[in-house]
Ligand binder design. Structure first.
Ligand code: PFF
Ligand code: NA
Length: 448
């Protein structure tokens, strides 16, 4: 499939579209990032604010981005330019598209480093490195990985190479078939790990940590982190969902489909937390282990349950697969942008974009060892890339998208597009014109 046919191609069915959108949404954000953020932010208060952000802000923004894409029928930058022109809005709206592409590029750089960790854990699982280890042994495996720039480099490069290979060959749609099988398998394995968690002594504590809020933990910073992660986990604010919307057939119901994707994403994240925190409490591990949390907890389960070898190998393969389907959705818009603005063809554009993200990823990778003390605004490079994107770029770009839909698109056609009756449409308007933008702005400015 080449780029020119792709612009007009559409997903054959709602199912295909749901799979592609879920493939982008469900990834490291759910299984790697969500649990460690919960751990660092003090538990249930963060979780509840996160859930509110997902449903009150994330869901309407997801719908808005799809809607923009479906109306614009182009890449995010051109879609914003055309729609702004058609609706007599300022040319500056094109910035929403551009900042999305830049955000995707920055996220891809460090996402690949973590994807590399997941790859390296496939190897560890296969050669039975987890078998019979206690918490210290498992911690040492992770510490060893972080301490070795060369090892990290190998896995980061391999992860990026796989991503580049898939995007360059334009076979991303081929993955939809695989996703039909692998996504449910990942969910099933997580469920199994939750059940294992329920057999440990830490389960009760884990549940109350995750769901019984201590509101004193709630700071402006925690709310911003929850908001930013809502964007990250749903792949919002990067033009990615907008691009997907442009391939979406007119018959697909936006609200229903968004609900499906959001629920799947949320269930996977919560399940990951419920698998990980029982181990944290049962083993007395550090709640604020940060990005290493899943890598020092789940292998303990793999090393100690019957059939743990198989479960461990399968888990890291599935996690890597989920990471790859998200990574290709990050690379794709960057490639399209480069392909359109330069004389480079598809393959060369992919190489240039992928290698540039890989190179930036090297800095993120080194911040776990050699460059650990190199701080910018008090953050190492990995944290800087993560925070600048999640806490600033995504919320602001997502805000731009929803404000444009709510205030500039012709009301009647939005209502038709959503298939809402008058009452539900007033609710939609209330949320998209006032509540969601106000929430983003308030959170944002209380943190400045
Ligand atoms: N949503 C993905 C996750 O939760 O892992 C990460 C991601 C993919 C973020 C694509 C942003 C994006 F555009
Ligand atoms: Na996600």
């Amino acid at each position: 499939m080449n780029a020119s046919t792709k612009v007009h191609a559409q997903w054959s069915s709602r199912m295909g579209f749901v799979l592609a959108a879920t493939g982008s949404a469900v990834g490291l954000g759910n299984i790697w990032k969500f649990p460690y953020m919960v751990g660092e932010s003090g538990g249930a208060a963060f979780v509840l604010v996160y859930l509110a952000c997902i449903f009150l802000i994330g869901l309407p923004i997801l719908v808005s981005e799809w809607l923009l894409g479906r109306r614009g029928q182009k890449n995010p930058v051109n879609t914003m330019r055309d729609l702004a022109e058609k609706n007599k809005a300022s040319k500056a709206w094109v910035l929403v598209g551009i900042s999305g592409v830049l955000g995707a590029f920055l996220i891809l750089s460090f996402y690949s480093v973590i994807g590399g960790w997941s790859l390296s854990y496939i190897k560890d699982a296969v050669v039975s490195n987890f078998a019979g280890q206690d918490a210290d042994g498992i911690g040492a495996i992770f510490g060893g990985l972080l301490a070795s720039p060369a090892t990290l480099l190998v896995w980061h490069s391999l992860f990026m190479l796989i991503t580049i290979g898939i995007v360059a060959r334009g076979v991303t749609k081929g993955l939809e078939g695989a996703a039909t099988v692998l996504m449910p398998a990942l969910a099933a394995l997580l469920l199994l790990l939750v059940i294992y968690g329920a057999t440990t002594s830490g389960f009760g504590q884990a549940l109350s940590f995750m769901f019984s809020p201590d509101w004193s933990q709630l700071t402006g910073e925690v709310v911003l982190a929850a908001l930013g992660h809502a964007f990250f986990t749903l792949s919002l604010g990067m033009g990615i969902m907008m691009a997907y919307g442009s391939y979406m057939g007119q018959s697909i119901n936006l609200l229903q489909t968004a609900r499906t994707v959001v629920i799947m994403d949320t269930v996977i994240a919560l399940a990951a937390g419920m698998a990980i925190f029982p181990i944290v409490f049962a083993e007395g591990l550090d709640l604020s282990s940060g990005p290493g949390l899943i890598f020092v907890t789940l292998p303990l389960a793999f090393g100690n349950i019957t059939g743990g070898w198989f479960v461990g190998v399968a888990f890291f393969i599935l996690l890597t697969f989920a990471a790859i389907t998200s990574a290709i959705s990050l690379l794709e818009p960057v490639v399209e942008f480069v392909e359109e603005r330069t004389p480079l063809n598809r393959v060369k554009s992919t190489l240039v974009s992928g290698v540039a993200a890989w190179a930036l990823g090297l800095l993120a990778l080194l911040s776990f060892n050699l460059l650990g003390d190199f701080l910018v605004f008090g953050l190492n490079i990995f944290d800087l890339l993560d925070q600048v994107t999640s806490k600033f770029m995504l919320p602001l770009t997502g805000l731009g998208g929803i404000v444009f839909v709510a205030w500039h698109l012709d009301k009647e056609s939005v209502r038709d597009e959503l298939g809402l009756d008058v009452y539900d449409f007033s609710l939609w308007n209330l949320i998209t014109r006032f509540l969601a933008p106000a929430a983003v702005l308030v959170v944002f400015f209380t943190n400045l």
